[in-house]
Design a protein around this ligand. Structure first.
Ligand SMILES: [Zn+2]
Length: 163
């Protein structure tokens, strides 16, 4: 059994959502390699920091994540394996990348109660003093508002309305 710790900068960004691990970001790895009958069992912890934007207010955010991984790297044989020992080495990159990318939040937010953007002004509601979105109606509703606030046509003909 062998244990090792490494800091490895990633050469290209990992993840394609609102947040990702940027190229050049360091991945801290604590790896344990165990020789087992079928191959080498690699397990450990990967830590990295993602950066990106809040999904509600677009503020720049960043946060560390830590994931565990474990995979058996089989000795090359007749059967094809996703993970194989090659030239006495195990390539952990795909394994670590997948584990980290899967840990990225699907809907990242700068804080759990982020109020998002004002739908009218585009301002961050967190920056607006009262934190309430401005009341506004979609202009397409204006005609309808007019319609309802005026006496309906034909009301004069209704029974009881004549003097
Ligand atoms: Zn936010």
């Amino acid at each position: 059994m062998r244990e090792t710790e490494r800091d490895i900068p990633i050469s290209e960004s990992w993840g394609e959502g609102l947040v990702s691990f940027a190229a050049g970001e360091n991945v801290h790895l604590e790896v344990r390699l165990e020789s087992v009958h079928e191959g080498i069992l690699a397990s450990g912890i990967a830590e990295a920091r993602y950066t990106g934007e809040c999904g509600r207010c677009l503020t720049a955010i960043e946060a560390p994540v830590e994931v565990e991984f474990q995979e058996l790297f089989a000795y090359p044989g007749d059967e094809a394996n996703d993970f194989e020992v090659q030239d006495d080495h195990v390539d952990l990159e795909n394994l670590v990348r997948d584990a980290l990318v899967l840990s990225l939040p699907f809907q990242p937010v700068c804080r759990p109660d982020c109020p998002g953007l004002d739908p009218v002004t585009g301002e961050r509601l967190a920056d607006v003093p009262n934190g309430e979105p401005q009341q506004s109606t979609d202009p397409r509703w204006d005609a309808l508002a007019q319609f309802t606030s005026e006496p309906a046509e034909g009301a004069e003909d209704a029974p009881g309305s004549q003097t």
